[in-house]
Design a binder for this molecule. Sequence first.
Ligand SMILES: [Zn+2]
Ligand SMILES: [Zn+2]
Length: 240
Amino acid sequence: MISCGKEAKKSSRIQQNVSPLFNSQVLTVKVFYEEDAQPYTDNILTVKIWDLLQINLDALFKGRTKRPQVIIPKTLPEMTKTISFHRDLWTVEDVLNISKTYPEVKKTGTETFKIFFVKGYSKESPTIIGFHINDSNIMVIFKDVIKNSGNGNHISKYLEQATLVHEMGHALGLVNNGLPMVTPHHDQAHGAHCLRQDCVMYYSNEGASSMMSFAKDALAKGSLVMFEEQCLSDARNYKN
Ligand SMILES: [Zn+2]
Ligand SMILES: [Zn+2]
C-alpha cells in the first residue's frame, strides 16, 4: 500500500524543502478534526497519547546544536473542530482545498504543519490510513480506517500515533525526501520509505494491517521511539 508522499503534480518528483524546517525556532503542529473523526486524546497505558508524537519528533532533533521547539496539541480543546465535509472519497486536491479554508498566519521563526482528521477514505484505496502531500506541510488521517482496525483499544491508539509519526517523518524529509541519507536505507521501489521493517518509515506501514502489526510489536516491546537509527541519524546529522 504505497500512498505516502502524494504529489499534487504527478510528473515531477518534488521533495520537501527541509532547510526552513530545521532552521526554525518553533515547529507547530495544528490538528483539525471533523465531527466523529476526532483523534484519541486519552492515555495509552501510562503514556499520555500525544506524547508519543512529541517524543518521536523530539528524537529526530536530539543532539543537534540548533533544535526547534516542537509544539503539539495534547488535548481536544487545543485542536480545531472543522465543518462537516460530507465527503466519502478524498484526493490530494480535496485535501489541499480544505486546507485553504483553514489558513495559517505566518510567524517569523515558526513553521506550521497541518493535520486533518476526516471521515471517509482515500480515493486510491480504502486501507490507506493517511498521507502527506509532497512539497507541503499538509497531512490527512482517515479516521474511519483507524476505527475499523479495532475501535478505541490500546493498539488502535498506538496505530493512530504511529501514523502521525510516519506522515510527519515524510513532512520532515524522510526517507531521502529532501533529507540527505547518512547511510543508504531508502526503499526506492516504494517511494520515500525506509528499508527497515522495524522502522515506522517502512513502506507498508501506511496500510492498516501492516501498521497494526507494527503497533502490536512496538507496544509489546514498550517502544516509544518508532524510528530506527538510520532515519534518526539522517535528521540528527542534517547540515543546513
Ligand atoms: Zn509513507
Ligand atoms: Zn527508518
